[in-house]
Design a protein around this ligand. Structure first.
Ligand code: G4P
Length: 548
């Protein structure tokens, strides 16, 4: 049965509706080095969440992000895990779902995108679309998440703005609507024209760590004051005219369907264009949306609390050896000490120590609303995709697994450490740190680790050693592509013998085919056109996975 969106307006429900209307939530998708950390830092500055930019990322070699906590991250200077940053700005409560910076951890980013209502696609103006951005875009497209584009580093020589838009439209099939348009670029970058107000925002380099104060002029003032060279202004105006004549119209429905992207030009490092971006984002972004569930679409204003686990993280604080389950609130008001139902097991759980996380800092949450994320201490009870609810039973659609690209046997050379090895492998799989596959030959009991990148495997080994005290060995398998067989074992048996691939089982005993390369995959497709393969694992619910 579908819950209704307009129950009688008690003061509690009114407060819930107001809290939902105030909330915006988003994740940034980008290729490493496009400026995600820098942009995050500047956005937080406007929210007053950090006093000084640089608290997010220290300059130079430390390259430290508040959301980095694992030792390995510090050693390698990379951001692996993701967290959630919440701040208030201009009457809105904004949840920025931080995603790992390193491409080897895109699996984690995929899951975070399942909790996001909007995405910001960040591009380097000199590079345009890059591989990691394209990959993450595909996930947004699958979920029809609205995409806001921020073209960064305009203070440096870059590609032609029209060419950048064309690339997005042609290659991603995503229509663009520039909210502002750049005047000049690189050394001659003078600012942007706000398309809706027809005002010129002049480019000034803000002092590092400061919110910039924009100087806003009319086009005539910009011309007559000599602030902008006439030829640059004329060129920008001409391009804008072209866009007006031949471009798209701003249609909020298309934006919310993920088909039209509002585009902004700016420079995160010099803090130019960040505040106008934030203002327009608040106006155009999607509020917390209804979510599909076993009980139909669940509106955020449904009175009973419900949410789902999109991420698990063990040992975030090594002093406490804890496990945290990140829950995206989807409906109702969440309150501390609430007793809720756990949909998968049917158990009742009291959520006694909910936390809000801000990088390394944690605070106990008293309440939370749809669009927010809370951290729950996880005594091994939660799995990724689990639903928690109050009232009528709700079970949200699970989160799919994505195709890994690198595979290795994980060997435990020390049989006396098997118990710890097993515990570690099972817990890291539950957490989603890595996917686990098994040989179809049951006598080969060692797990096969399947990951998106090499570093992900190294992290698993590192954590097995530091958190579970087991040293392991990796033996690469030499495959690079994985596909799930649609229809399972019967479908596979029907086609008979197949060549140039290895059949393995996933943790739900489903057949997965491993190929050395795309060519072999295509070959199989030609030999067996009836065999349907999927790059995304079907979602499982209600079944316990095979533990090691
Ligand atoms: P990431 O998280 O997406 O990987 O990127 P990050 O913010 O770390 O930025 C990557 C590099 O790009 C940094 O330089 C950063 O200062 C620079 N950058 C970000 N935004 C802009 C911009 O608008 N203009 C220019 N010119 N550069 C920008 P770095 O040398 O690696 O670090 P740092 O020494 O500046 O801290």
């Amino acid at each position: 049965m579908t819950s209704t969106s307009a129950p009688a307006a008690t003061p509690e429900l009114q407060a819930l509706a107001e809290a939902v209307a105030r909330r915006r939530n988003f994740a940034i998708i980008s290729h490493p080095d496009a400026g995600k950390t820098t942009l995050t830092e500047k956005l937080l500055l406007y929210g007053g969440a950090i006093q000084q930019a640089g608290a997010v990322k220290a300059k130079g070699e430390q390259r430290k992000v508040t959301s980095d906590w694992m030792e390995l991250e510090k050693q390698r200077g990379i951001s692996i895990t993701s967290t959630v940053l919440q701040f208030d700005y201009s009457g809105s409560t904004i949840n920025l779902l931080d995603t790992p910076g390193h491409q080897d951890f895109s699996e984690d980013t995929y899951r975070t995108l399942a909790a996001a209502d909007n995405a910001v696609m960040l591009e380097d103006a000199a590079k345009g679309l890059e591989p990691q951005t394209r990959k993450l875009f595909e996930v947004c497209r699958m979920r029809r998440i609205p995409i806001f584009t921020f073209i960064n580093k305009m203070d440096r020589p870059g590609r032609e703005p029209l060419e950048l838009l064309d690339e997005i439209e042609q290659e991603l099939g995503l229509a663009c609507w520039p909210v502002n348009w750049p005047i000049g670029s690189g050394d001659r970058f003078r600012g942007v024209i706000d398309r809706r107000t027809q005002q010129v925002i002049l480019f000034q380099r803000a002092e590092r760590g400061r919110a910039s104060e924009e100087k806003v002029l009319s086009v005539e003032e910009a011309r007559s004051s000599g602030a902008v060279e006439p030829e640059l202004l004329d060129a920008a105006l001409e391009e804008l005219e072209l866009l007006e004549a031949a471009g798209n119209e701003l249609d909020l429905e298309l934006v919310h369907a993920g088909e039209l992207s509002p585009v902004f030009f700016g420079s995160a490092m010099t803090n130019f264009g960040v505040r106008p971006f934030l203002d327009a984002f608040l106006e155009l972004a999607q509020k917390p949306i209804p979510r599909s569930s076993s009980a139909g679409e669940i509106e955020p204003v449904r009175p009973g609390f419900s949410g789902f686990v999109f991420k698990l993280q063990a040992n975030m604080d090594p002093r406490h050896r804890d496990r945290v389950a990140f829950v995206r609130v989807c409906s109702g008001k969440f309150e501390k000490d609430m007793t809720v139902q756990h949909a998968r097991t049917g158990k009742t759980i009291r959520l006694s120590r909910p936390q809000k996380l801000f990088g390394q800092d944690r605070a106990v949450v008293e309440d939370a609303y749809p669009g927010d994320v809370i951290g729950l201490n996880n005594p091994g009870m939660f799995a990724i995709g689990d639903t928690l609810y109050l009232g009528q039973k709700v079970e949200y659609e699970g989160i799919p697994c994505f195709s890994p690209e690198i595979f290795a046997w994980l060997r435990n050379p020390n049989p006396s450490a098997f118990k710890s090895f097993r515990k570690g492998v099972n817990e890291l799989r539950e957490e989603g740190a890595v996917q686990i596959l098994y040989d179809t030959d049951q006598s080969k009991r060692d797990p096969i680790l399947a990951a998106v990148g090499q570093l992900q495997l190294e992290v698993v080994q590192y954590r097995l050693e530091s958190e579970y005290g087991v040293q392991t060995r990796l033996e690469p398998l030499g495959y690079a592509v994985a596909r799930w067989v649609v229809g399972g074992w019967p479908a596979l048996e029907k086609v008979g013998r197949i060549f140039n691939c290895k059949t393995v089982r996933d943790a739900w005993d489903r057949p997965v085919l491993l190929f050395k390369n795309e060519w072999n995959l295509n070959q199989l497709g030609e030999d067996h056109p009836d065999l349907e393969l999927s790059a995304v694992a079907p979602v499982v619910s209600g079944v316990e996975p095979i533990a090691l």
